[in-house]
Design a protein around this ligand. Structure first.
Ligand SMILES: Cc1ncc(C[n+]2csc(CCOP(=O)(O)OP(=O)(O)O)c2C)c(N)n1
Length: 376
């Protein structure tokens, strides 16, 4: 299916505003919106719940429904504003959801997607949101009747969802942009992993950052026992790291976050600053994009995580733009410079398409990390 045809059908529902957090299943859909700016108002807020919030505002101000897109992992973030604001038992706000279906039962996918994939349709049933599942074989006629049903449901001030299987949308015009930074993320991560003390407890974020760290650590040391990969639960790595930091006060804790992830639950920064664990070091790898799922911008180009951290009350914060700057992280850890300290590491949008994925199960990785924590 052409993403442009689907967008035209969304337009026919009277929708002029599209809001969402990018997803790899919806990559061509997201690109299509980006390469044709002006046809829709398009926003990429910090998380899927915020996207529902904008959709509610759009409806209040215009009487029109909005479209909210997300990966099914983001449904959890959206559940609260759906149940407590939009649903028919409260304000009754029509919203057209487009949900990328990772972890579809019977299809091979990464561990973090399996349970969410299994419950995706059941969750929509529980939320009383009628839905249609579409894939690459969905015909134009089938699509027309899906959209006719969507129109009917939206006209009753209810929500409707289209659940999109992998491979549904054909590749169209690619959305290409550049953030102007030159440091390559995997090289920066390799340098950080190579230079920090070997007994550092690392907690890394969702997406390719964890995959790159996994690969680099295995290549350097033959293991990744000191690294907890937050493969799902985007935006929660820093709180996991905090939980460890307070239980291991004599140990250096390094959280390696992404800008999209840090934005998703940004209250964590204020919390960390307020509780000020001295052993907490926080890298935010900022490429101004959701690179792991297609490179869509995080849409906060002026945001400085350094200024944010200082204002929140981190004890230190610095911007690292070059490979030579990165040694500062290890030096601060070795000298036990009191944290929390934030490092905004600015990198380009480059990544390798042949990046490997963990071969161990998530449980095996959890167990080896816990064994490591027990020995230090
Ligand atoms: C709640 C939730 N929403 C969306 C996703 C899909 N997703 C996985 S990685 C990623 C991008 C992460 O961006 P960032 O933290 O900036 O790291 P980058 O990929 O740019 O290195 C997204 C949106 C997800 N896993 N969970």
């Amino acid at each position: 299916m052409k993403a442009s045809d689907f967008l035209w059908q969304i337009n026919e529902l009277g929708i002029k505003t599209i809001i969402g957090v990018p997803d790899s299943t919806l990559k061509h859909f997201c690109s299509e919106i980006q390469v044709h700016p002006g046809e829709f108002r398009h926003y990429t807020p910090a998380n899927e719940g915020a996207a529902v919030g904008i959709a509610v505002g759009e409806y209040l101000a215009s009487g029109n429904p909005a479209c909210v897109y997300m990966q099914n992992s983001g449904m959890g973030n959206a559940v609260n504003p759906i149940c407590s604001i939009a649903c028919g038992d409260i304000y009754g706000v029509p919203i057209f959801f487009v949900i990328g279906w990772r972890g579809e039962p019977g299809k091979k996918d990464e561990p973090q997607h399996l349970f969410q994939g299994k419950i995706t349709c059941a969750l929509l049933d529980t939320l009383s949101i009628p839905y249609a599942v579409i894939d690459e074989n969905t015909t134009k006629d089938e699509m027309l009747s899906v959209m006719k049903e969507a129109k009917r449901v939206l006209s009753e001030n209810r929500q409707f969802a289209v659940v999109v299987k992998k491979g549904t949308f054909e590749a169209g015009e690619s959305f290409l942009w550049d953030n102007g930074y030159h440091m390559i993320r995997e090289e920066a991560l390799e340098k950080i992993i190579e230079t920090i003390p070997r007994d550092t407890c690392v907690v890394s974020t969702t997406g390719k950052i964890s995959r790159e760290i996994y690969e680099k650590s295995n290549a350097l040391y033959g293991d990744h026992k000191n690294i907890f990969m937050t493969v799902g639960g985007m935006g929660h790595a820093s709180m996991i790291a905090y939980g460890i930091a307070v239980r291991k006060p004599g140990q250096n804790i390094l959280c390696i976050d992404g800008d999209g992830a840090a934005l998703m639950h940004m209250g964590a920064l204020a919390f960390i600053a307020a509780h000020a664990p001295k052993n907490f070091y926080h890298v935010i790898v900022n490429n101004q994009a959701h690179e792991s799922v297609g490179g869509m911008p995080t849409d906060c180009p002026k945001l400085s995580f350094v200024q944010l951290a200082r204002a929140a009350g981190y004890s230190g914060a610095s911007e690292l733009m070059d490979m030579d700057d990165l040694g500062q992280i290890a030096r601060d850890m070795e000298s036990k410079k009191p944290g929390p300290i934030l490092y905004e590491v600015k990198v380009s949008l480059k990544s390798r398409s042949d990046l490997t994925r963990p071969i161990e199960t998530a449980e095996e990785n959890k167990n080896s990390y816990m064994r490591f924590l027990n020995t230090i």
